[in-house]
Ligand binder design. Structure first.
Ligand code: ADP
Ligand code: MG
Ligand code: MG
Length: 879
């Protein structure tokens, strides 16, 4: 017989795939002697079985559940459905990977009209018993029958209003009985059958719904956003209830063993007295800081602190713990590795190394490359911030800074973001339905809920700025307005700025500046450098970008796109003159201007690079990006060149190409007009000589783009070499430099052994290589790639993550053929893929020397390059 169900005592933390994260950790905590209410777990295999059998729960599995239920009755001395001493359970989902708020939990299952009397009899507490019952009907209705929670909330609010109560806890047993009747009517009305009184029916339906919830849309979206395997399935935990809603000596809460926002080493948490389950996270009442528990329930507080320490030392990571106190007795209901901001993630990992708990390698492995981005994110510019008008202050739920237009509805936020707007999602409180809207927003603002509310937890996970529990503003989701304490009204589309580190909300947009990093981060990145083998270079065309990148640890420039240096209005004029020139003389006149500009730039870059390699790619201007189109630009060009407007238009027409991406660009330009690359080579070398004369080191790499054959490269290279030699002769110096080529045309990959004879280095231009391998125009791919991903034809965008099977195979071919001809050939990557962690893993395995990426991706690339080394070592050890 197959086994599907496991007592908590049968499991362990290493059984996550089978028992789910929650179940595995409940088992682990049970086995280390923590006060966990008893229960059992239906394994993920049962979910798979359920899905394979068209969403039916097999009798075999249910029988096994009943056997375990019997054991639970024996253990607790209570009976399911008893009108004297009823056993109540929670039915909790738990997937192998934590999916907060994604799957649904039902509490107090087992209650019915009879059993609630049993509970009253046993607890001598009619209020809390009836309160548990009405909560159960609500959760069960919501989860099992999809009856919207607000229907129940409306009924609850109505009674409170009629009686003039402020808090739920003021409801009397009479009120609650009435409410339960109303709830059951609501259930009948919306569920089209009476609320099931039979506890076993309740249990079966609940288990089925948990399995069903694995496929609900928000779970599907969450898995997609977080790359979680959709085939895992979820486990179901059935656990005896404990009650935090039994008066002032009871309560429920959440504790993090360290601060999940900053990483500071101090227990951080919140609790609510006389409350149950989700009350803390749901943000209905604002919870109290954990420190207040000390004076209120000192014994439970101290036991909780001890538990925090024990669990952290056991798991060797920051834990996120759910607890309930029933009449002063502490129960632990869940532990997991806590979600945290990037800042906290770095600080906790580094601190754990200092505390001797984990190794440096382990710390490196634990940092999520996706999250690092957060650390580097901009903050508000200090001066601009001082002038900012503070509208309100809420809780600093997730750090970062953001400005944007406010939207009150997740789907409208998505629509606005899709139109390219920067959006701030504003909600009273968020719920899992808002996930996609949150993902597309710059930041999230809520009026209710604490530091562990849904909004806060999800935002931290996503690395988004979030201000939660901002009770100083009044949010009207229907009217789409925010009214502040001081009476200012904001409407949909108005701009606000949020500071997730202070909780402040500002009017309008505020200037942002680059992030400052240091301390723990620098320390971690030093460890990273000791491990990684790839060099990380930067794609930079401006001194500013290079400075940023060096600050982030870049080891040189991997790609300086010289045409980008001319985007400035003044400069592009000369590029245009060069393009439309009809004679060598005209062209040389324009080139002379360009040369001076290039020299200014190169000198600056060389100075900042301080001897690090600077790879300069010679001009590669797809003509359509540079030819003037606007009338005023055409007029200006006519003026600059002393031609008539008609002549200019005619010339521009002549130059227009049908397929500019495949047209007269890259080194083809130099085959027709060698003087262009000669000018650039002179600019590079004259600048290098000047830097050398200043007594500084300098190492230029001259890179020729869009090469498809050895002969083509040989021709262009010869021209360049002559120019360089002329300068060396004239200046009587000899400086080291390399001439190499980009490999970005499939033919170049295939003939790499030939091309290698003419090149001192290869740099894979994976953007063009992807474009040409797939035949997907980079400029047009936006029109059809989305359908490819919707239909599951393409799993990832090949322009973001390298297509290893196709483009990667070509790269691999070029690497091996290139090495055949020249075993010491320096090879690197300079496409967008150079900053993508998955692609970096691939490049590392090919044994490339470096990858080059945009400045803000440099730290991510460094970390990814170290992680792949550690991964390899681990695999080697296993073999
Ligand atoms: P989630 O994964 O969404 O946190 P949980 O299964 O952890 O869902 O449960 C939701 C809430 O109910 C949590 O606050 C949890 O602590 C509480 N809860 C779960 N089981 C029990 C139980 N047996 N007794 C009391 N409270 C419980
Ligand atoms: Mg939940
Ligand atoms: Mg939980």
């Amino acid at each position: 017989m197959r086994k599907f169900v496991y007592q908590f005592s049968e499991g362990s933390k290493d059984m996550k795939v089978l028992l789910g994260g929650k179940g595995a950790n409940l088992a682990e905590m049970t086995n280390i002697g923590l006060p966990v209410p008893p229960g059992f777990t239906i394994g993920t295999d049962a979910c798979k079985d359920y899905n394979e059998n068209d969403q039916t729960l097999s009798e075999e599995i249910f029988e096994e559940v009943l056997t375990h239920l019997k054991l639970l009755e024996e253990k607790t001395g209570k009976q399911f459905g008893s009108n004297e001493n009823p056993l109540l359970v929670s039915v909790r989902s738990g997937a192998p990977v934590s999916m907060p708020g994604m799957m649904d939990t039902i509490l107090n299952l087992g209650l019915n009209d009879k059993a609630v009397q049993g509970m009253i009899h046993q607890t001598k507490d009619a209020r809390s018993s009836l309160d548990s019952y009405r909560r159960f009907i609500q959760m069960f209705g919501d989860v099992v029958r999809g009856i919207p929670s607000y229907k129940f909330e409306e009924a609850l609010s109505l009674i409170k209003k009629q009686k003039g109560y402020a808090q739920d806890t003021e409801l009397t047993p009479d009120d609650l009985e009435k409410l339960i009747t109303t709830y059951q009517e609501l259930y009948l009305e919306h569920g089209s059958e009476p609320f099931p009184q039979d506890p076993l029916t309740q249990l079966r339906l609940a288990v089925q719904s948990v399995f069903d919830s694995w496929m609900n849309p928000r779970a599907v979206v969450y898995r997609r956003l977080n790359d979680i395997d959709p085939n895992f399935g979820t486990a179901v935990n059935i656990q005896a209830m404990v009650f935090g809603n039994t008066g002032n000596k009871s309560g429920t809460g959440i504790a993090f063993t360290r601060n999940p926002s900053t990483g500071e080493k101090a227990v951080f948490g919140e609790f609510l007295i006389n409350a149950q389950g989700e009350d803390v996270v749901a943000g209905i009442r604002t919870p109290e800081d954990i420190s207040k528990l000390k004076s209120h329930l000192p014994d439970a507080y101290h036991e909780l602190m001890g538990t925090c320490e024990l669990l952290e030392n056991h798991y060797l990571d920051m834990q996120d713990i759910e607890f309930t106190i029933e009449k002063e007795k502490l129960f632990v209901l869940q532990t997991r590795n806590g979600k945290r901001t990037a800042q906290a993630s770095v600080q906790v990992a580094v601190d754990l190394v200092h505390e001797g708990k984990i190794s440096r390698d382990e710390a490196i492995k634990r940092i999520d490359t996706k999250q690092i981005d957060q650390l580097l994110h901009p903050t508000f510019e200090k001066k601009a911030l001082e002038k900012g008008e503070v509208l309100a202050t809420g809780l600093p739920a997730s750090p970062g800074a953001a400005s944007g237009k406010i939207y009150f509805d997740a789907s409208e936020a998505v629509a606005a973001a899709d139109l390219g707007q920067k959006v701030i999602l504003v909600r009273n409180e968020t719920s899992p339905e808002d996930i996609e809207g949150m993902a597309k927003s710059e930041a999230i603002l809520t009026a209710h809920g604490g530091m562990t509310s849904h909004a806060a937890v999800v935002a931290r996970g996503m690395g988004k700025c979030c201000v939660a529990g901002c009770s100083e503003i009044d949010i009207n989701e229907k009217e789409k307005t925010i009214v502040t304490n001081s009476g200012i009204t904001l409407r949909e589309g108005d701009a606000v700025s949020l500071d997730g580190s202070t909780g402040k909300v500002y009017l309008g947009e505020i200037l942002l500046t680059e992030a400052e990093i240091g301390g723990h981060f620098d320390e971690l990145m030093e460890w990273v450098n000791e491990v990684k083998q790839l060099d990380i270079r930067v794609n930079a065309d401006t001194p500013n970008d290079l400075l940023t990148a060096i600050h982030f640890g870049a080891e040189g420039i991997g790609l300086c796109r010289t045409e980008h240096m001319f985007f400035h209005e003044e400069r592009i004029a000369y590029v245009r003159q060069m393009i439309v020139a009809e004679s060598l003389e005209e062209r040389k006149r324009a080139l002379a201007h360009l040369k001076e500009m290039q020299k200014e730039d190169f000198i600056q870059l060389f100075r900042i690079a301080k001897g690090r390699p600077v790879n300069i790619r010679l001009l590669d201007p797809p003509l359509h990006e540079f030819l003037p189109k606007a009338e005023k630009d055409l007029e200006r060009l006519a003026q600059d060149t002393g031609k008539t407007l008609a002549e200019i238009k005619k010339r521009v027409n002549e130059l227009a190409e049908s397929n500019p991406m495949l047209g007269h660009r890259g080194c083809r330009l130099a085959v027709t007009y060698p003087e262009i690359y000669k000018m650039q080579a002179e600019a590079i070398m004259e600048s290098a000589v000047q830097i050398h004369d200043e007594g500084q080191k300098v190492f230029p790499e001259i890179m020729i783009p869009l090469v498809s054959s050895k002969e083509e490269l040989a021709f262009v290279k010869q021209e360049i070499k002559e120019s360089v030699q002329a300068i060396f002769d004239r200046e009587r110096v000899l400086l080291p430099y390399d001439i190499g080529t980009m490999i970005e045309i499939p033919r170049a990959c295939v003939t790499a052994d030939e091309i290698a004879k003419e090149a001192q280095f290869f740099s894979f231009g994976t953007n063009d290589l992807t474009q040409l391998t797939y035949g997907f125009s980079r400029d047009d791919a936006g029109k059809f790639l989305p359908s490819y991903s919707e239909r599951g034809i393409l799993e990832t965008d090949p322009f973001q993550t390298l297509d290893t099977a196709g483009v990667g195979a070509l790269v691999e071919m070029a690497v091996s053929r290139g090495r055949m001809a020249n075993p010491n050939m320096k090879m690197g990557v300079c496409g967008e893929h150079g900053g993508d962690p998955r692609s970096i893993h691939f490049f590392h395995k090919l044994g490339l020397k470096y990858v080059s990426c945009s400045p803000f991706r440099v730290p991510i690339a460094r970390l990814a390059a170290a992680q792949v080394v550690l991964e390899e070592r681990e695999q080697l050890q296993k073999v």
